[in-house]
Design a protein around this ligand. Structure first.
Ligand code: HEM
Length: 493
């Protein structure tokens, strides 16, 4: 059924349903609010909206500002791949032009136009994006994977002897920051304070402004240093690119990259680890070798994309999307979370999506995430190394006690408490190893490597294969020197 055309702009606030009507509690025009009590479970609300309106639904943002949310997979792709019809430049958004969106609107940090590639269009987008993509292409992926492995080893060392940890605050929030500080060229800035500052700035707490200033100060110092003397890192390549970014543009793009990478990848790590720890099917498939860690990460990107929605896209002309009439100046939410669950693409949500990477987690079209390989590498190597070190890891609370902090843009796991037998620290420069468990063998294992003690003659037990490593044949036919080759691979030699 094609839903009745709805007009977002000029929604009459007096047309709300009367008290006693089943629709009471809805906003003006009988529209659902994506905030407040109506939106406590946004996933459920999106499905109700899909039933009611089809693949594109009219909704209300904070202060009852009208918006379209795009629920269909194909419609989301159409939105992001049609730059002639939709832009990310909010300055054409009718509610903003009409003053309906006040400067103190809670979503202003997402909405307000900024001179960065995310909000730029056409030639200007190409100029800025070319510099970002070129700087990204200079990143040596082998050395990044090595750094991810080392950082994971160091993080696990910080809690392995305790036998318990919170994988959100001790691991998922730290690893992307450690890796991004290295990539940008400021490894010395990675510490607890930097992680706290980024977390605080994104949460929008009362100290968010100081925390944001702390991060920006580090990025300004880095920009000044590299402008004076470029090195071989992301920041230097951004500065020296022929696009000629000035210092403000460099700083703003470093901020964009650092925050996008930190927030999305921390979410991805937490979501993927939560799935491994709580979903028996996941655990069994990893155990049985039917699923690899990269495939598990990809499944997590389908089921719980780190950015549930991206605010926003704006119509440049009157048009049509998913059977709805969109007016010039209307705003639309690009929505990977409901888009990835579109029944036309996934009639059976319990069916695995192995081998299928056509989810919406990284967006698409001209603004498609340029850092997806890095995000995937952090998650693949980090999760694999963590599970290798702690094969007996288990959730340290009832699954129902896990809590999320949800906003329109994303859904964060607040904490992921885990328990395991205390383990000794390991050399961060060596590949992660499953150390013999002091007690009996764990009742399940994620990796293919046995947790049984290694033979005494071997100097080190063979590590679990890394995600992109083709395992050598086991047993007597195993060629000599496999350990050395693996060590060379790990060191990037
Ligand atoms: C798992 C991790 C990640 C996810 C799920 C993710 C997702 C996204 C999404 C959905 C967008 C917006 C697309 C749009 O505007 O339509 C985006 C943009 C962007 N991401 Fe990522 N991202 C991730 C990691 C990273 C990393 C590691 C970096 C940097 C190293 C990065 C850098 C960027 C940049 C610069 C943009 C803006 C691109 C543009 O507007 O042209 N992201 N990302």
């Amino acid at each position: 059924m094609t839903p009745e055309p709805q007009y977002l702009t000029g929604t009459d606030p007096t047309t709300g349903p009367p008290p006693g009507c089943p629709a009471h509690g809805l906003g003006p025009g009988g529209l659902h609010r994506l905030y407040g009590p109506d939106a406590e479970d946004l996933g459920d609300l999106y499905e109700r909206l899909r039933d009611q309106h089809g693949p594109v639904a009219p909704v209300l943002l904070h202060d009852d500002v009208p918006m379209w949310v795009v629920l269909g997979h194909a419609e989301n792709l159409q939105l992001v791949r049609s730059p002639s019809q939709y832009t990310r430049d909010s300055r054409i958004w009718t509610p903003l032009l009409d003053g309906e969106v006040k400067p103190d609107h809670p979503l202003m940090p997402h909405i307000a136009w900024q001179p960065i590639c995310s909000h730029a269009e056409g030639d200007e987008h190409q100029r800025l994006r070319a510099a970002v993509t070129a700087a990204m292409s200079t990143i040596d992926h082998r050395s990044v994977r090595r750094h991810i492995g080392r950082s994971t080893q160091a993080l696990v060392n910080s809690f392995c002897e305790r036998g318990r940890a919170d994988l959100v605050s001790h691991f998922a929030e730290h690893l992307p920051m450690a890796v991004m500080c290295e990539i940008l060229g400021m490894p010395e800035e990675y510490n607890d304070r930097m992680v706290q500052a980024a977390r605080d700035a994104l949460k929008g707490t009362e100290t968010a402004i100081q925390s944001h200033a702390y991060v920006m100060d580090a990025l300004s110092r880095l920009t000044t240093r590299r402008r004076a003397r470029p090195e071989d890192d992301f920041t230097s390549h951004l500065i020296t690119h022929p696009a000629g970014l000035d210092d403000d543009e460099v700083r703003e793009h470093l901020r964009l990259v650092l925050f996008a990478a930190y927030e999305a990848t921390a979410n991805l790590l937490a979501n993927a680890l939560r799935m491994v720890l709580t979903e028996p099917g996941f655990r069994a498939q990893l155990n049985g070798g039917q699923m690899t860690v990269p495939e598990a990460i990809e499944q997590s990107l389908w089921d719980e994309p780190p950015f549930s929605t991206v605010l926003g896209y704006y119509a440049k002309q009157d048009t049509e999307l998913g059977g709805q009439r969109i007016r010039k100046g209307d705003g639309l939410l690009f929505a990977p979370a409901p888009g990835n669950l579109d029944p036309r693409v996934r009639p059976d949500l319990s069916a695995g999506m192995q081998g299928n990477r056509s989810h919406l987690a990284f967006g698409g079209g001209p603004h498609e995430c340029p850092g997806q390989d890095i995000g995937r590498a952090i998650a693949d190597v980090g999760v694999d190394a963590l599970l290798t070190r702690l094969p007996d890891i288990g959730l340290d609370c009832a699954e129902d006690d896990l809590q999320w902090r949800a906003s329109i843009a994303s859904r964060h796991l607040v904490a992921l408490p885990v328990r395991f037998e205390p383990k000794p620290q390991q050399d961060v420069d060596l590949p992660p190893r499953a150390m013999p468990l002091p007690q009996q063998r764990a009742d399940w294992q994620v990796g293919t490597l046995s947790s049984a003690p290694a033979p005494a003659a071997e100097p080190l037990p063979a590590p679990r294969p890394a995600p992109d490593f083709v395992p050598a044949p086991a047993g007597p036919d195993r060629p000599k020197g496999v350990w050395q080759r693996l060590l060379h691979w790990w060191r990037g030699e």
